[in-house]
Write a protein that binds this ligand. Structure first.
Ligand code: CTP
Ligand code: MG
Length: 236
């Protein structure tokens, strides 16, 4: 049986949120934001969960999140790094015996169990798949002075989410190469595979509900979603 590990990222500083408490620990419908992604993976068919926290926050997370809410399947709690990709790499080192990894932003509490299951299925056929939704707005590129340069064809634009799911050897070797060369502008995991392998990354239909908590209004949106979809998100 193939082994699936979820890497849940919670080592960011949440600078765009502007709160004193890091956004992953802010309360959302009565629980810390990070609880929900961990719970979704614990309730899914994944075998193990690696939680990547800020340096020095490991014990706090173990006591105040994992033990406090009785979250299962968490086999490692490890410190992340300066950039998101550093944190992912820390997580990858904790699951070297896995066949597949699902890399997820802990700041996406509204991920559904269904997206997780579909990612697990699709990765066995593709080796690399990412949740995404079609963009709703027209997107433009502009220069540094704010002058519009181009309007890409909207029908081909996707707003990328997590989980991003890969065969372990594929993502590991892409990350090894990327870090050896100096990563800089890498903002998601698929970019490493796009640049450092020949494997094609497939899009899996995500959900507009699977938003990332980035600024204060996202927290309000997530609160509303949780109220309106209690069957999916209510703590059990
Ligand atoms: N993340 C991480 N390690 C980092 C940076 C980010 O584990 N060095 C995680 C965050 O905790 C979050 C996810 O990656 O769950 C997505 O990142 P983002 O939304 O950018 O979160 P932050 O970096 O915390 O926020 P900001 O960019 O506003 O500072
Ligand atoms: Mg960030």
């Amino acid at each position: 049986m193939a082994k699936y590990t979820a890497i849940v990222l919670a080592a960011g500083k949440g600078s765009r949120m502007g709160s004193t408490v890091h956004k992953q620990y802010l309360m959302l419908a009565g629980r810390p934001v990070i609880y929900y992604a961990l719970k979704a993976f614990a309730d899914s068919p994944v075998d193990e969960i690696v939680l990547v926290t800020g340096e020095g926050e490991e014990e706090f997370c173990r006591k105040e999140v994992v033990e406090r809410y009785g979250l299962q399947k968490i086999t490692h709690i490890t410190a992340g790094g300066r950039e998101r990709y550093h944190s992912v790499y820390c997580g990858l080192q904790c699951c070297e015996n896995s066949d597949y990894v699902l890399i997820h932003d802990g700041a996406r509490p509204c991920v559904s169990r269904e997206i997780i299951s579909r990612s697990m299925e699709m990765v066995t056929k593709t080796g690399a798949c990412i949740a995404a939704v079609p963009v709703k707005d027209t997107i433009k590129t502009a220069d540094e002075d704010g002058v519009v340069q181009a309007t890409p064809d909207r029908s081909r634009l996707w707003s990328v989410q997590t989980p991003q799911t890969f065969a372990y050897p594929l993502i590991r070797s892409a990350y090894d190469r990327m870090l050896a060369e100096g990563a800089e502008e890498i903002t998601d995991d698929a970019m490493a595979v796009e640049r450092y392998s020949k494997v094609q990354v497939h899009i899996l239909e995500g959900s507009y509900r699977n938003l990332k908590i980035t600024t204060p209004e996202d927290l309000q949106m997530a609160e509303l979603l949780m109220q309106n979809h209690k069957e999916e998100y209510r703590p059990v």
